[in-house]
Design a protein around this ligand. Structure first.
Ligand SMILES: [Zn+2]
Ligand SMILES: [Zn+2]
Length: 220
């Protein structure tokens, strides 16, 4: 078998235990790639987990001004190998890669007692072209229950506005019809960049009557 990220051959030791336990996830990705994923560590923005910032970062100050109290946790920094991972997973459509982080995600997400996991959806068009929602794939592998109660419209490319303008003016997400909202929600996404998706969704869900919302992403 080859490493799904770098194509190096994987040495699979067939020990008695590994035979009993069937396949370990680690066998999808080589040791060297695995060790290149960088945990965010202890020095991060207390609100959004931005690395190497010990006070509220600029992104969080922006959200504060928008009336959103950021309450986010991320596990890994969005470094080169993480970019490579998502490029393979999302754009090359390597659905097997959803399994790489299932153990750690399961452990970390289980800590949110009393919170319902809600996944960030793709637009229908994107879903059709990719064949899967990579966010859902990550959660599904953990075996935890989650809700798929949001819908995303395709954001039309309009030539008169730049990307930032569009993000600010048009919000493509809404709730599915007839959904009963849980009181406590853990919004889950794959990557947190400036927090636009998660924090605007949070705002929307609080407006719709949710009591507590925390956000979580694999990478930041
Ligand atoms: Zn590798
Ligand atoms: Zn921050």
């Amino acid at each position: 078998m080859k490493c799904l990220l770098c194509d190096k051959g994987l040495q699979t030791e067939l020990t008695f235990t590994s035979l009993l336990c069937l396949k370990k996830e680690a066998e999808l990705v080589c040791e060297s790639c695995l060790s290149s994923f960088e945990s965010i560590g202890d020095n991060h923005c207390p609100r959004c987990f931005k690395k190497d910032v010990s006070i509220n970062c600029q992104d969080c100050q922006f959200w504060c001004k928008q009336g959103v109290k950021v309450d986010h946790v991320a596990l890994y920094s969005y470094n080169q190998v993480m970019k490579e991972y998502f490029s393979r997973y999302k754009f090359d459509g390597d659905y097997l890669l959803r399994k790489v982080f299932s153990k750690i995600l399961q452990t970390e997400l289980k800590k949110y007692k009393g919170y319902q996991i809600v996944i960030v959806p793709l637009s229908e068009q994107r879903y059709k072209s990719r064949g899967f929602n990579q966010v859902e794939g990550l959660i599904k592998e953990t075996g935890l229950t989650y809700l798929d109660i949001l819908v995303k419209n395709e954001v039309e490319a309009s030539s008169s506005k730049n990307r930032a303008d569009r993000l600010l003016t048009e919000f493509p997400f809404f709730l599915k019809d007839g959904v009963k909202l849980p009181e406590n929600i853990l919004l889950f996404d794959d990557i947190y960049t400036t927090g636009t998706t998660l924090n605007r969704l949070k705002s929307m869900l609080l407006g719709a009557g949710c009591q507590n919302i925390k956000t979580f992403s694999l990478a930041r």
